[in-house]
Design a protein around this ligand. Structure first.
Ligand code: SAM
Length: 243
């Protein structure tokens, strides 16, 4: 099994520390489930500690970075979950669906192996992220290409509730729009590598140079400084839960 995250995930656990406020939203969505399958589990972010978790992850590098206390991971992919029907009380998949080769099949597999709620943390490609897309408009096309539209979930999971998941101002995770209130973070090449989007895009230098100039000159603050009064911002992330 070849896995992109064997290449791009090398620093993942340092750059992508789960945010406790996002963890609380995921935990609430899992309801009273005792057994949970975490699909695209990566290094174990957002896995509940007080439920029995089965982790599925294709990348050996990501599995290697799982803490010793985390649930043991099975090497595998969403598209073919090696479990009988209705094996788990609930299922979760956090910021992973955009990497799946067959997203419809992966969702149907999650539905098949789960008795209760299926919970997906994803991004609405109709949203424009945050001010970062003013500097890097190519992110919009990338999000549109990789992220399923929101009506895709009901088509493959059955009825769903979809709620915004705003990003806290001081989010501890390092996903793409996590640094909306810390614009200088995007100028740090190491922090950028925490997001697969920066691995996927070429030609970001011009946009990042414009951001650096605007931060220096005060133009960024003039345009976007009002956002810094907010504690959290809707950057397009969505929590999907089967009804
Ligand atoms: C951005 S990481 C998210 C990891 C973790 N869920 C988290 O929130 O930190 C995306 C993960 O999806 C995994 N992935 C890629 N293709 C997959 C597939 N077809 N099925 C399941 N997981 C996959 C990657 O290996 C990677 O670990």
């Amino acid at each position: 099994m070849s896995a992109t995250y064997d290449r791009i995930g090398v620093d993942y656990s340092d750059l992508r520390k789960p945010d406790p406020r996002i963890a609380a939203r995921i935990d609430a969505a899992l309801g009273s489930a005792r057994t949970v399958i975490n699909v695209g589990a990566g290094t174990g972010s957002y896995e509940p500690v007080d439920r029995r978790v089965t982790a599925i992850e294709p990348s050996e590098e990501m599995i290697r970075q799982r803490p010793v206390s985390a649930a043991p991971a099975i090497r595998g992919a969403a598209e073919e979950l090696p479990f009988p029907d209705a094996s788990f009380d609930a299922a979760m998949a956090v910021l992973t669906i955009h990497h799946w080769q067959d997203q419809a099949k992966g969702l149907r597999e999650m539905r098949r192996v789960t008795r209760g709620p299926v919970v997906i943390l994803t991004f609405d490609p109709a949203h424009r992220g945050c001010w970062l897309t003013d500097y890097l408009p190519q992110l919009i096309a990338l999000d549109e290409a990789q992220m399923p539209p929101l009506d895709f979930y009901a088509a493959h999971l059955g009825p769903v509730e979809i709620a915004p998941l705003p990003v806290p101002k001081d989010c501890t995770d390092g996903f793409l729009y996590a640094y909306w209130a810390r614009p200088k973070a995007y100028l740090d090449p190491r922090l950028r590598l925490g997001s697969s989007s920066f691995w996927a895009l070429d030609g970001v230098e011009q946009g990042l140079a414009a951001l650096a100039r605007d931060l220096d000159s005060g133009v960024w603050t003039e345009r976007y400084g009002h956002l810094l009064d907010l504690d959290e911002l809707d950057c397009g992330y969505r929590l999907v839960r089967t009804a």
